[in-house]
Design a protein around this ligand. Structure first.
Ligand code: HEC
Ligand code: HEC
Length: 246
């Protein structure tokens, strides 16, 4: 369970990732605090808890998402954290994901096509671009729908990004992808694309293409999450809809 729900952001003895290394956490915090924090980190932070505030600053304002865990699951995770603390570390089996620098140019291109939605995801998830941008300067204003992913690769790290894409631990994404998981090949290609974007320093497509792709992708996503795009298309200028059509 830790490998699935937590390891995209936490290691156990291999240093901080998006969140703190959790070896030692059962010594530095008391059990009641950990239980409360893991389920509702947002509420603990907002209550003015000093330890939580300090962590939020240290981890650059990234908030841990609330974790929907049953009592026995939470107890099992706590026991696991205590055991790893006693051992000094635990290796987490996240599968043997290849490193992004092993990707071929074709795999990077495949990742970009998936990101932009010109290739469909096997299990029917919406294209990433419907919620994310890469590069801050797009007309949509990167990161207005969700986080700009230009620097996601260095921020999250290679193994972290693999498990993030395979388990989508973020609440909104999880709702959309829980039943439409990315395949391992897709997760790898997307990781390779994000790695490429983070180092190359140029915009991957012209900005206006991003705008149209973003609009199309947004409707696809709204449809997919059941909001129903039909009524909304009427509000958009017909010329944009036509020009935007693939
Ligand atoms: C999307 C990233 C993410 C996921 C997934 C995540 N966490 Fe966190 N976690 C964080 C961040 C970031 C912090 C630091 C506090 C903050 O900024 O919200 C944190 C803090 C913590 C802390 C407090 C650590 C300390 O030193 O006091 C615990 C305990 C914790 N997480 C446990 C878990 C467990 C257990 C799971 C899986 C069920 C999990 N987290 C999933 C990002 C995440
Ligand atoms: C329905 C909207 C939606 C779609 C579609 C979507 N995401 Fe997300 N994604 C989100 C949200 C919301 C977050 C959480 C952002 C936050 O914590 O601020 C997120 C977070 C992320 C993160 C972590 C960012 C970070 O730096 O912590 C990555 C990486 C990511 N998404 C990649 C993808 C990829 C790749 C795809 C396409 C397969 C995708 N997303 C599709 C909404 C979406």
């Amino acid at each position: 369970m830790f490998g699935k729900k937590c390891s995209s952001c936490h290691s156990l003895g291999e240093g901080d990732r998006t969140g703190p290394d959790l070896v030692g956490v059962t010594k530095r915090r008391d059990t009641a605090w950990i239980k409360k924090f893991v389920r509702t980190p947002g509420a603990v932070i907002d209550s003015g808890d000093a330890a939580a505030k300090e962590m939020l600053d240290k981890f650059k304002g990234v908030r841990m998402p609330d974790q929907d865990l049953k009592d026995d699951e939470l107890d099992a995770i706590l026991a696991y954290l205590a055991d790893c603390t006693a051992k000094g570390m635990c290796k987490i089996a996240t599968g043997k994901a290849k490193h992004a620098n092993e990707a071929t140019p074709a795999e990077v291109a495949f990742g970009r096509a998936l990101f932009e939605g010109s290739k469909r995801l096997t299990n029917g998830g919406p294209a990433c671009i419907s919620c994310h941008n890469v590069r801050g300067a797009g007309i949509l204003g990167g990161g207005t729908l969700s986080k700009d992913l230009t620097h996601a690769y260095p921020r999250i790290g290679d193994p972290g990004l693999s498990s993030a894409l395979e388990s989508t631990p973020y609440p909104v994404m999880n709702q959309v992808f829980a039943k439409r998981a990315l395949t391992s090949a897709e997760a790898f290609a997307l990781k390779a694309y994000l790695a490429d974007v983070s180092k190359d320093g140029t915009s991957p497509t012209a900005d206006h293409n991003f705008l149209y792709l973003g609009i199309i992708g947004l409707f696809v996503a709204l449809g997919a999450i059941g909001v129903g795009a039909a009524g909304r298309l009427r509000g958009v200028r017909q010329s944009i809809v036509k020009r935007g059509a693939p």
